[in-house]
Design a protein. Sequence first.
Length: 213
Amino acid sequence: MNEKVKLPLFPLNVVLFPNSKLPLYIFEERYKKMINECIYSKGEFGINLFAEKKMYMTGCSAIVNEVINKTETGEMNIVTMGIKRYHVINYDFGPEGFYMGKIEFIEIENRYYDKSKMDECVRMYNELVDAVYKEKVKKIDLNDSKWQDSSRSVSFSIAEKSGLNLFERQHLLEINNEDSRLDYILNYFKEVMPKIKEAGRINKIIKSDGYIQ
């Protein structure tokens, strides 16, 4: 049975993946309090996509990986790191003015996939990195030890820098197994790669990534 816990929720116009790093600027009083509590307790909070007046129920728990700076009045620039996917069972406002959710963590299946799909996805991703980022973003090497034990999802890492829009990222986050996520990435690449050298497409990809390697 998957673990169920209470978690403070931070609805944002972003999608966080497990092991991804995202910079955030914290300025609202209620979220300054929430983040400070998480820093003090070394606890987790949840990030859920909020878009078009809707909060999506599949999110990713996060920790504060780094506090870059903090003002005298408490505003801060932080880097968050994704930990684990979850589904929100229900939520309501807590006494501090932010959402508290009852969530169920979702196990991610990264081990079983078609190797030829993985190789093709990584090949196309590395081609995209060459065309768009000009060596400013690391390519994926499947021989790297961090991929060998399947504790990390290659598809989520690919999604960070490939120009997927918010809703495409959210859809990928909701897919439970690596093989199906690879199918989704491959279909995306087949559409985008013929246009990858267009200046407009390159600018769109660079502007949309936001993640820190």
